[in-house]
Design a protein around this ligand. Structure first.
Ligand code: CP
Length: 318
């Protein structure tokens, strides 16, 4: 694998899952694979899990790791070509990216949607500039439209906890005080569409995701109906995708907060969330602290998804 930005890059998903479970059994078996190789992790946005799990994954493979927080200590970057740079941005991405590439073997990038221009967000301007100009394999650590390392960890977790071959998996919108990108729900939907799970998306009217991510999922605006008989509840907030409300909050309906009332409708479902989570907005204390909550093993699997992806890229570098 050269670059990793979405589920298709893995090739055969079942083979990738098999590799992930092998890694989980012995995460140091490929310690020589990354010897004298350097991973650079570039963050345009904050992170706890992605930063730590990806560093750990790279170290498990024997790699050196450099982390750059672009907005803390680096020169402020211009991303638009043709701009007269007489403002506060001292360096252009077109120089910065190949320079970064010259110091490493693999680059991870986190760059969220800006919600200023839908086309720019959905064309993955920043991620694609790294792919085009760094000269290195690039993997997404959450981009404007997808968070594939998270979705891979989510899939690993569902495979570990499922009690039937074809579980019912529900992605539900939940309220949040700030406008959040669609990357996590888009990506989760994209990965679920690669399985034969019974996959349902529940969201209020006006919050439909882009059709290319919804795929073959059943979409409902009735959360209770979606929860009935569910085996996994995956909660997440996202801002509106559809025009003219792209990037806007159009509802903070607290009836959509996942509580014991809705969970009682399910088939004793497991509760999932990518974290960080706003308690008592997205989910009640009671639900996230319940034995059915698997948010911590889900986060722990971020190390496994990152290591699987790095291993596949390193094997292609040889
Ligand atoms: N889930 C996730 O990506 O967490 P961070 O934003 O903390 O990296």
């Amino acid at each position: 694998m050269r670059h990793f930005t979405n589920v298709k890059d893995l090739g055969n998903l079942q083979d990738a899952l098999k590799m992930a479970f092998e890694i989980k059994k012995d995460r140091f078996k490929d310690i020589e694979l990354g010897r004298n190789k350097t991973a650079m992790l570039v963050f345009f946005n904050s992170s706890l899990r992605t930063r730590l799990s990806t560093q750990k994954a790279a170290m498990n493979l024997g790699m050196n790791v450099m982390v750059l927080d672009v907005n803390q200590g680096a020169w402020k970057l211009e991303t638009e070509r043709g701009v007269i740079m007489d403002g506060d941005k001292s360096e252009h991405l077109l120089e910065a990216v190949p320079v970064m590439g010259s110091y490493c073997d693999i680059i991870g990038v986190r760059s969220f949607a800006h919600f200023e221009n839908k086309d720019e967000d959905y064309n993955e301007m920043i991620l694609n500039q790294f792919i085009k100009y760094s000269g290195r394999p690039v993997f997404s650590m959450e981009a404007a439209t997808r968070h594939p390392l998270q979705s891979f960890a989510d899939l690993i977790t569902i495979e570990e906890y499922k009690t039937k071959e074809r579980p019912k998996v529900v992605l539900t919108w939940a309220p949040h005080p700030r406008a959040l990108p669609q990357a996590v729900p888009n990506s989760f939907a994209e990965w679920m569409n690669e399985t034969d799970y019974d996959f349902v998306i529940a969201n209020p009217e006006g919050y439909n995701l882009a059709p290319e991510f919804v795929g073959k999922a059943k979409v409902t605006h009735n959360q209770d109906e979606a929860f009935e008989g569910a085996d996994f509840i995956y909660a997440k907030n996202w801002a509106a995708y559809e025009d003219p409300n792209y990037g806007k909050i159009i509802s903070k309906d607290m009836n959509w907060t996942v509580s014991a009332r809705q969970m009682a409708l399910t088939n004793n479902a497991r509760f999932m969330h990518c974290l960080p989570v706003r308690r008592n907005m997205i989910v009640t204390d009671e639900v996230i602290e319940s034995p059915q909550s698997i948010v911590i093993p889900e986060a722990a699997n971020r190390e496994i998804s990152a290591q699987t992806v790095l291993k596949m890229i390193l094997e292609d570098l040889k």
